[in-house]
Design a protein around this ligand. Structure first.
Ligand code: GDP
Length: 534
């Protein structure tokens, strides 16, 4: 049963065994604990606790990181690879804070599925809901883990109803909890007719699995107290009657989510979830690109940058571009074409984020995430190929919702400031606009906290104290149209015009009324709130 046949038989086995996914959750639901257990079963770490310990060591490195810690947020996202049974898992970490939704959105363009973790006592919380909606935009398959069943939790049917109603997705129970809180014994595996019993004494022990012959098996009377067994039989019967049965196609299309119940901290239910990701989760999927889509089984290598991170090592000015391999079999040292600049790039020291440590990647297959250290050539949305001109689609840049002017504390350092701002714009950490009239820059972000992060990073990484000040503008829109129409529009609206870091024309305003007016008065011009990054 576990080795579900691939529904994409054309994939080479090395690609077919890859599962690339992210975890979405509300803070405190148990994402870190679950990640840790994944790595434990993936053999990547020896002891639970290392992810956190490693995270903390990393965070003490700088004041900026200190801020992350104080705020309890994680600004730096990363990717981790590990093996589980016959599968290779690539887990891409999503930044947890709602202020970083744009970054999160782009991270989710690099995965084929998401694991949604909810707290059994709290159900669907605000951040989960937001992230779910982002997944929905791409119809990403979602597997659900209901955590903390060792605590007082809600009624199982209520939890399932809440997900179905709030998220408008069919929910099918992959497992059914037996007892709750202090009485939580384990789960009945609805997909394999097995009993999984939790060991409270040893938190890192894999649950004991007992094969049974359906719910009438007399063995059950020995293993489960009579009152819980009666309840289990009733509930499972009801669940089978009322809830949809598992349908892999519906999972892959994003219209159904299977839910596992467990307790990450007790290592319970985690292995079953991992089995589920492996057996039912999607193989690497085709990537949308211009002028044609890229299929993972193509023999030529292609990949796209979905994230750029500067200063992973503060001693170096290097950046790491995170690349999702879209097709082929990449080998270290390969020369790829950087499509935007049409220049060849020898990829000599790519990094694979093996959970235990960063490691040189000798090879990578479609579905994998590799890090490419570079000096700024690689930008978000860039595509690397073996020569063909292909551009990854669907990695958008959103119009910022908050705008502020920014100045260097020392006016002599304006040039330095420009350089710093350009770096952050390329990284996707902020939008930077140069007004066509006057001096200075306007910085745009999606969440207010990003101003602070930006301010501390510019000070820390460039030794440049900066001042943010109120801007007369509140909205930014990219201007599209043919060259003459745009020129005419720019000349007539100079005080509203600025240029982004790519030199594209942006219309800044304070009033929705202005935007409506432009749309009315300039039929040849379109104003848009997103721009595909390339
Ligand atoms: P994150 O913010 O989503 O990464 O959540 P963490 O993994 O840091 O977990 C938040 C808190 O919940 C921590 O104190 C964990 O020890 C605790 N926790 C995680 N999983 C469980 C669980 O299964 N049962 C209980 N009782 N606590 C848990």
């Amino acid at each position: 049963m576990l080795d579900t046949p691939s529904n994409r038989p054309e994939l080479p086995p090395e690609i077919a065994r890859r599962r690339t996914f992210a975890i979405i959750s509300h803070p405190d639901a148990g994402k870190t604990t679950l990640t840790e257990k994944f790595l434990l079963y993936g053999g990547a770490i020896q002891m639970a606790g290392q992810v956190r310990a490693k995270g903390e060591a990393r965070r003490t490195r700088s004041d900026f990181m200190q801020m992350e810690k104080d705020r309890g947020i994680s600004v730096s996202a990363s990717a981790m690879s590990f093996d589980f049974k016959s599968f290779r898992f690539n887990l891409v970490d999503t930044p947890g804070h709602s202020d970083f939704s744009e970054d999160t959105y782009r991270t989710l363009t690099a995965v084929d599925a998401a694991v949604m973790v909810i707290d059994g006592a709290k159900g669907v919380e605000s951040q989960t809901q937001k992230l779910f909606e982002v997944c929905r935009l791409r119809d990403l398959p979602i597997l659900t883990f209901c955590n903390k069943m060792d605590r007082e939790s809600r009624d199982t049917f209520d939890i399932i109803d809440e997900i179905q109603e709030n998220l408008a997705i069919d929910v099918t129970p992959a497992s059914w909890p037996i007892g709750v809180g202090r009485d939580f014994l384990g789960c009945y595996d609805m997909l394999h007719d097995r009993l999984e019993l939790m060991d409270r004494a040893d938190r890192n022990k894999v649950a004991e699995s007992v094969s049974i012959n359906g719910l009438d098996d007399p063995k059950l009377d020995e293993l489960i107290p009579a009152n819980l067994l009666e309840k289990l039989r009733e509930e499972v019967e009801m669940a089978r009657e009322l809830l949809p049965t598992f349908d892999r196609q519906a999972l892959l299309e994003g219209t159904m989510t299977p839910i596992w119940f467990g307790s990450a901290i007790n290592s319970f239910g985690v292995k079953e979830l991992m089995d589920g990701i492996g057996s039912y989760g999607p193989e690497p999927q085709p990537q949308q690109a211009d002028p044609r889509q890229i299929a993972p089984e193509e023999t030529k290598v292609a990949g796209f940058v979905f994230k750029v991170q500067a200063n992973m090592d503060p001693k170096h000015r290097d950046r790491v571009a995170f690349v999702r391999m879209a097709s082929g079999h990449f080998k270290r040292g390969m020369k790829l074409t950087h499509v935007r600049t049409k220049k060849p790039m020898a990829i000599s020291n790519p990094v694979l984020f093996l959970a235990s440590d960063r490691e040189l990647a000798e090879e990578a297959w479609a579905g994998d995430i590799i890090g490419i250290p570079n000096h700024g050539q690689l930008r978000i949305g860039d595509t690397l190929t073996e020569g063909e001109v292909l551009r990854a689609k669907g990695i958008p840049s959103f119009a910022p919702e908050l705008l502020q002017g920014v100045r260097a504390g020392d006016p002599m350092k304006a040039k330095h400031l420009e350089k710093a701002l350009m770096q952050f714009a390329e990284e996707g950490a902020a939008k930077v606009f140069k007004p066509s009239i006057g001096s200075g820059f306007i910085v745009g972000v999606v969440g207010a906290l990003q101003f602070e992060v930006l301010g501390s990073r510019i000070e820390l990484e460039y030794g440049l104290p900066v001042r943010f000040e109120a801007s007369q503008f509140t909205s930014a829109r990219w201007v599209h149209g043919d060259r003459l129409a745009v020129e005419k529009f720019v000349n007539a609206n100079k005080q509203h015009i600025s240029y982004d870091h790519d030199g594209d024309v942006v219309y800044l305003t304070r009033l929705q009324w202005d935007i409506d007016r432009v749309e009315r008065d300039y039929p040849d011009i379109t104003l848009s709130a997103t721009k595909e990054m390339m």
